[in-house]
Design a protein. Structure first.
Length: 223
């Protein structure tokens, strides 16, 4: 996936989940943050960021914050809409006969439902932006919704569906994602329960550009 119009900026602060103050060409701009996670290890005063210029002239904010440069790691895409977009692009290359985004199952809505031959699949996508010592971690904030999805995937796996939870790693140099149990212990427990029920865990490594994001390698958790 590609971004159309990007511009560089310098992060100043983040007064709330949805807004960041960014210096753009010497002017302090209120910018929309496309990620409601904490991102505390990324959004550090003075860090370089990438913004996308909005095409909606009626918006209150002119820019979207999409990426951050992290010292020692490089560019980290923090756009929470990007993982589903790149996962969909990747799925379309995998010879599925049917791909349906936003598919309702039980009381949940999974990101993707697929078919290939007589097999039926579900995939739930999670974007990973938190890196510690070369390892990715998810989530960076408690996610009851994420726990619910994992338990629904485990249920679906027990009913004969082939189920995946796919961690889209929105940075380079990281090939593994672990549950961030210090932040949300229940998510880690739910992930183990899902794996024991037959849910497959995928690590989707990305090539991260200033105006692009693309899945370039996929590994499976064999543990």
């Amino acid at each position: 996936m590609k971004y159309k119009n990007i511009i560089h900026g310098i992060f100043e602060n983040r007064p709330n989940r949805f807004i960041a103050n960014i210096w753009v060409d010497g002017i302090l701009e209120a910018v929309h943050v496309k990620n409601t996670g904490r991102c505390r290890e990324l959004l550090i005063p003075g860090c370089d960021v990438i913004l996308e210029i909005s095409e909606n002239l009626k918006r209150k904010t002119k820019y979207d914050l999409i990426s951050v440069y992290k010292e020692g790691l490089g560019l980290v895409n923090i756009d929470s809409q990007a993982p589903n977009k790149v996962a969909y692009e990747w799925l379309k290359k995998q010879n599925y006969s049917l791909i349906k985004p936003e598919y309702t199952y039980g009381s949940s809505r999974f990101d993707f439902y697929m078919e290939k031959g007589d097999k039926k699949y579900f995939m739930e996508v999670k974007g990973c932006t938190l890196e510690i010592d070369g390892i990715g971690y998810f989530p960076d904030a408690p996610t009851e919704r994420g726990v619910k999805h994992l338990r629904e995937l485990a249920k679906a796996a027990g009913e004969g569906y082939v189920c995946f939870v796919a961690f889209v790693i929105q940075m380079e140099g990281v090939d593994e994602v672990r549950a961030n149990v210090q932040t949300h212990k229940e998510f880690g427990e739910a992930l183990e329960e899902a794996k024991n029920a037959g849910v497959q865990v995928m690590f989707m490594g990305c090539k991260v550009g200033e105006n692009s994001l693309e899945i370039e390698r996929v590994n499976y958790d064999e543990k």
